[in-house]
Write a protein that binds this ligand. Structure first.
Ligand code: SIN
Length: 375
């Protein structure tokens, strides 16, 4: 009996100790959680850095990917503890069609969509898509630097977006699994294009079937045979490995793939003036480096593709080029009628090099520009 009493008592004491222990442990957890929450809140309160979320759709090794990284490095070096740039490549956050609404809703602060994808918001930007009007990238630069070209950076202001800079990728070539030597060869082919009305008309004019599809799906739609061909700049083609699935690349160089670095106007205008001016200065400096990098990447990517087994790069002869021009110039002319006169005049002057000092690059004779569509 006594033993039983003692053992009951002992059990009771052990129980109380256990409950006490549990209570202390619970209190400890609660206190720990409160401390963590407090630290987080105070870190949030003290971390008043400006965050710039920069979203894009291509890989980090492409010109735009490298350009965005360079921009981040320079900004964080110049404004330590004040500005942080977060890069979201390869449609990680938003794909082509989502990026402008995301910018407007404040889900990101910066992006650099291709100029073609912005034409649904500002039709004057179609000037960059008109087929075969700019004979080379230098002519595009002359146009971008003109008053009208700079003016286009402000064309999205009415929807709350500020254009900050133009960045290059390169000129477009067309690929397929049959050689596209003349326009008739494209007849009946399903071709993946960016979301641009000019490109849609361009391929319709050739008797092909254009498919507007996001960049993220490019390789899948080619691999699955959903499309027969595509057009793009060399570095995008290489970065997606299009050369593993397409045999023929026609070096038509018919249009320019470039970007506009854009930001939410309210965000940009609300930045402290000193931060804004540093960002502007860095963008200007980065743009110059970026364009050189894009040029190097275009030739390195072209070389790599050319060396890929089974791949053929077709360079159109003079007569073939003339047949493409004849097929596509009517599209350029048709859309040109919808573009403001001052924009067209500046583009024409840039093509004809009127009023420009055109210097040859060191060690290279200045190439004579390829004849382009008159518009
Ligand atoms: C890009 O370079 O941003 C994508 C171009 C494309 O959609 O083909």
């Amino acid at each position: 009996m006594r033993n039983l009493f003692v053992s009951r008592n002992a059990n009771h004491t052990t129980d109380r100790r256990r409950r006490l222990g549990t209570l202390v442990a619970r209190c400890g957890i609660v206190v720990f959680c409160m401390c963590v929450a407090l630290i987080a809140v105070s870190a949030e309160e003290t971390d008043d850095r400006i965050i710039i979320r920069f979203s894009h759709v291509v890989g980090e090794g492409t010109p735009k990917g490298m350009e965005a990284t360079l921009f981040k490095q320079r900004v964080e070096e110049a404004l330590p503890g004040r500005v942080k740039v977060e890069i979201y490549p390869q449609s990680q956050k938003f794909n082509d069609d989502e990026v402008v609404p995301a910018l407007l809703f404040g889900d990101i602060e910066m992006a650099a969509p291709s100029l073609s994808k912005l034409t649904s918001y500002a039709s004057s930007l179609r000037v960059f898509d008109l087929p075969m009007i700019f004979p080379d990238v230098d002519a595009v630069h002359r146009f971008q630097e003109s008053a009208a070209g700079q003016g286009l950076l402000g064309n999205l202001r009415s929807i709350g977006i500020t254009g900050l800079a133009y960045w290059d990728n390169g000129v477009r070539v067309i690929s397929a699994n049959r050689p596209l030597r003349v326009p008739e060869d494209a007849k009946g082919l399903q071709i993946r294009i960016e979301n641009s009305q000019v490109f849609f008309e361009q391929y319709s004019q050739l008797g092909a079937i254009p498919q507007r599809l996001p960049f993220a799906s490019l390789i899948d739609v080619i691999r699955n045979g959903y499309v027969d061909g595509q057009e793009n700049a060399w570095s995008n083609i290489r970065s997606r490995g299009v050369q593993r699935f397409q045999k023929y690349f026609t070096e038509l160089n018919h249009s320019f793939l470039g970007y506009m670095v854009i930001t939410n106007a309210e965000f940009w205008d609300g930045l402290p003036a000193d931060v804004r001016s540093v960002l502007q200065e860095i963008l200007a400096r980065t743009t110059a480096d970026v364009n050189e990098l894009a040029r190097e990447q275009a030739s390195a990517s072209r070389r790599e593709i050319m060396e890929t087994e089974g791949v053929e790069i077709l360079t159109p002869s003079g007569a073939e080029l003339a047949s493409w021009r004849e097929a596509l110039c009517s599209v350029a002319k048709r859309f040109a009628t919808e573009i403001p006169n001052e924009v067209l005049a500046a583009a024409r002057a840039a093509v004809r090099e009127e009023g420009f000092e055109v210097a040859a690059r060191a060690g290279e004779p200045k190439p004579s520009p390829a004849p382009s569509c008159s518009f």
